[in-house]
Design a protein around this ligand. Structure first.
Ligand code: R1P
Length: 276
């Protein structure tokens, strides 16, 4: 066994020792301001990242740094209440390590969520957006380096990175519940500065509808391992230069808090119908 596989196994074994060996159906990465969903799990077991072998620790306000495992709408789910970002100084390999550990635990379904800036001017803060595709032009791939053939192929497809059936499910549930669900392309920026107005104009010309500093590395790692991915952004603010006002993380967190009911309702109902 190579080193990454050893680390994944050791982290997975520790988690299993805390949560037992019943299967976990869906992994969920909860973005800035969206972590409250983990508090809704029944029979929850919470594990601090600092206790899990080889896990990084969360350094961002609003990212609690806990793995919470429990039941949501009849499915056993594992929530990351807080994720890792490249701008925190972690390598892309560390950013995606939890996703690889989920895979080692037998999880093949992943919901990635985030707070994002709206680039599409028809969006408004508080909208939810189904991620249909992404753009990443900068920073390393998390899969840079030796390929782990037991995880996935060296050259892997990203045509269907965001699962079409799960996207259709999210679309249907949002419609049924009367929740506005925009659809768009998420573009990765490395942060930690928010983008400049010129970068946002460029992002729009390139075809993006929302921007953020996360999610894409996780979606890449999950696609490498052929996990099924559903992505939902919360448009917490209009991206730089659209409104004549500066951006800040407090606004991001506040908008996340404001939409938590709609977000939770949508995720609950998607989880209920999620084929596992
Ligand atoms: O993508 P999440 O983790 O939701 O957080 C978003 O919010 C933070 C900036 O306010 C950045 O970390 C950005 O990526």
């Amino acid at each position: 066994m190579d080193k990454l596989m050893d680390k994944m196994q050791e982290a997975a074994m520790y988690i299993t020792s805390r949560i037992g060996s019943d299967p976990v159906h869906i992994g969920m990465v909860l973005g800035s301001g969206l972590g409250g969903l983990a508090d809704e799990l029944q029979d929850a077991v919470a594990i601090s990242y600092k206790d899990i072998p080889y896990f990084p620790v969360s350094t961002v306000f609003g990212h609690k740094g806990k793995l919470v495992v429990g039941t949501l709408e009849g499915k056993r789910v594992m929530c990351m209440q807080g994720r890792f970002h490249y701008y925190e100084g972690y390598g892309m390999d560390q950013v995606v390590f939890p996703i690889q550990v989920m895979h080692a635990l037998g999880i093949n379904n992943l919901l990635v969520t985030n707070a994002a800036g709206g680039v599409n001017t028809s969006y408004k803060p508080g909208d939810l957006m189904l991620i249909v595709d992404h753009i990443k032009l900068i920073a390393d791939s998390p899969m840079r380096g030796p390929n782990y053939d037991s995880l996935g192929e060296r050259f892997f497809d990203m045509t269907n990175a965001y699962d079409k059936k799960l996207s259709a499910l999210a679309r249907e549930e949002a419609k049924r519940l009367g929740i506005t669900l925009q659809e768009g392309v998420y573009m990765f920026f490395a942060g930690p500065s928010y983008e400049t107005p010129a970068e946002i104009r460029a992002a729009r010309i390139l075809g993006s509808d929302a921007v953020g500093m996360s999610t894409v590395p996780e979606a890449l790692a999950a696609s490498h391992m052929r996990m099924k991915v559903l992505g939902i952004s919360c448009i917490t603010n209009m991206a730089a230069g659209i409104l004549d006002q500066p951006l800040n993380h407090t606004e991001v967190m506040e908008t996340g808090d404001r939409v938590k009911e709609a977000f939770t309702l949508l995720v609950r109902n998607v989880t209920k119908q999620w084929p596992v």
